[in-house]
Design a protein around this ligand. Structure first.
Ligand code: KG4
Ligand code: ZN
Length: 343
C-alpha cells in the first residue's frame, strides 16, 4: 500500500508518502513559525489560510520526490483531530477530495496516535506493549500501548501541557516563539544548581502532571532577580532556563519510572515535540539503563508535527481495512482512548 499523509492540525503543513513495503518514500514540511512569531503564538485563522496555500504544492512536491505518479497512491491519510478546527478542515477537505478523485480509500488520523507511532519509522522500532510518554504543545500523557489503537491512559496533565509550559517560560524570558527549543538552547549555558525549582506532583502517588505552579515559580524568580527595567542579566536568564528544564525533565522521569513499575513493562517511547529535547533523551536514557529497560524515540524532525507520522498511522489503519466515509470530518477534541484497536 502507498499512502499519502497530510498533517495540518496546527502551524505546520506536513506531507509525506509512506509505502508499506519500502517505508517512507518522501516527506516535506512547511513551518508557519515566521507567520505566527510576531504574535507570540498561533493565530488560527492565519494558520488555516496558509495551510490552504501550502498543502497542494507540497503534495505535488512529495509525489515527485518519491518518484511515483498519482495513480500509484493507494490510500490517503489526513489528520482529523485533535487540533485547530479550521486548520484540520483544510487537510481533511484536501485529503478526502484527493482520495475521492483518485478513487482510493481515505482515513482520518488521530494526531496523537501519529506522534505515538512516529518511533515506528526508525530502523529499530519498539515492539508492543510499551509505555508512551506523549509530550507536545497541547498534550502531556502517559499511555500503556498494547497495540495500534489499544491505548490505556495512565496519567495526563491537569493543566498546561509540557510544551505549553516551555513556550510560556520562553515568552517570560523574552525568547523567540516557540519557546521550547529556545529554552533548551539557553539552558545549556545555565549554571547547575543555582536555582532549584519544584518537581510538581511527584511526592504524591499517581501519574498525573501539573505544570502551572512551576510556571508561577519561574515568574516569581524572574521578578525577584530582574533589574529596575524588569530585565535579567544573560547568565541569570540561562540559569532559570536550566532550572526549569531540569524540573520538567526530572518530573517526567519520575512519572515514567512509576508508569513502568506500575505496568511491569520495560520499554518506553517518548513522542511529540518535547521529545526532541536532547537533555530529556539523555536523562531518560540513563534512567532506563538502570532498570534494564529500553528507550525509543523518533529522529527530531519526526518528533514535532510532520506528515510522515500521519502517513504511517493511516497506512496501518487502511491495511486493517478501516476507512473514512465521504464526509469531511474534523474533531477539535478527540480522546485517544476512544480509538478502535486494530489486530
Ligand atoms: O508535537 P508538536 O510539534 O505540536 C503539537 O502537537 O503541539 O509540539 C510542539 C511543542 C512546542 O510547545 C515546542 O516548544 C515543543 O514542542 N518543543 C520543545 C523542543 N522542541 C519542540 N520543547 C522542549 N525542547 C525542545 N527541544
Ligand atoms: Zn503535534
Amino acid at each position: 500500500m502507498i499512502v499519502l499523509g497530510i498533517e495540518t492540525s496546527c502551524d505546520e503543513t506536513g506531507v509525506a508518502v509512506y509505502a508499506s513495503t519500502h517505508g517512507l518514500l518522501a516527506d516535506a514540511l512547511f513551518s508557519q513559525v515566521d507567520i505566527h512569531a510576531a504574535y507570540g503564538g498561533v493565530i488560527p485563522e492565519l494558520a488555516s489560510r496558509d495551510h490552504i496555500r501550502k498543502t497542494l504544492p507540497l503534495v505535488k512536491q512529495v509525489i515527485a520526490k518519491a518518484g511515483i505518479r498519482n495513480v500509484d497512491i493507494t490510500g490517503v491519510a489526513y489528520t482529523a483531530g485533535p487540533g485547530l478546527v479550521g486548520a484540520l478542515l483544510v487537510g481533511a477537505a484536501i485529503g478526502r477530495s484527493l482520495a475521492m478523485g483518485w478513487d482510493v480509500p481515505a482515513i482520518g488520523v488521530h494526531h496523537m496516535e501519529g506522534h505515538l507511532l512516529a518511533p515506528m519509522l526508525e530502523a529499530e522500532p519498539p515492539s508492543f506493549p510499551f509505555v508512551a510518554l506523549l509530550v507536545s504543545g497541547g498534550h502531556t500523557q502517559l499511555v500503556r500501548v498494547s497495540g495500534i489503537g489499544d491505548y490505556q491512559l495512565l496519567g495526563e496533565s491537569l493543566d498546561d501541557a509540557a510544551g505549553e509550559a516551555f513556550d510560556k517560560v520562553g515568552k517570560m524570558l523574552g525568547l523567540g516563539y516557540p519557546g521550547g527549543p529556545h529554552v533548551a538552547k539557553l539552558a545549556q549555558s545555565g549554571i547547575e544548581g543555582r536555582f532549584e525549582f519544584p518537581r510538581p506532583m511527584t511526592k504524591r502517588p499517581g501519574l498525573d502532571f501539573s505544570f502551572s505552579g512551576l510556571k508561577t515559580f519561574v515568574r516569581n524568580t524572574i521578578i525577584e532577580h530582574a533589574n529596575n527595567n524588569g530585565e535579567l542579566d544573560v547568565q541569570t536568564q540561562a540559569d532559570i532556563a536550566r532550572a526549569f528544564e531540569e524540573a520538567v525533565i526530572d518530573t517526567m522521569v519520575i512519572k515514567c519510572r512509576r508508569a513502568l513499575q506500575q505496568t511491569g513493562l520495560k520499554s518506553l517511547i517518548i513522542a511529540g515535540g518535547v521529545s526532541a529535547n536532547t537533555r530529556l533523551r539523555e536523562v531518560l536514557e540513563t534512567a532506563m539503563l538502570k532498570i534494564n529497560g529500553r528507550l525509543f524515540y523518533a529522529q527530531p524532525r519526526f518528533c514535532t508535527d510532520n506528515g510522515a507520522m500521519i502517513a504511517y498511522a493511516g497506512c496501518q489503519r487502511l491495511l486493517a481495512g478501516q476507512s473514512a466515509s465521504l464526509a469531511i470530518d474534523a474533531f477539535p477534541r478527540w480522546p485517544l482512548e476512544s480509538l478502535s484497536a486494530i489486530s
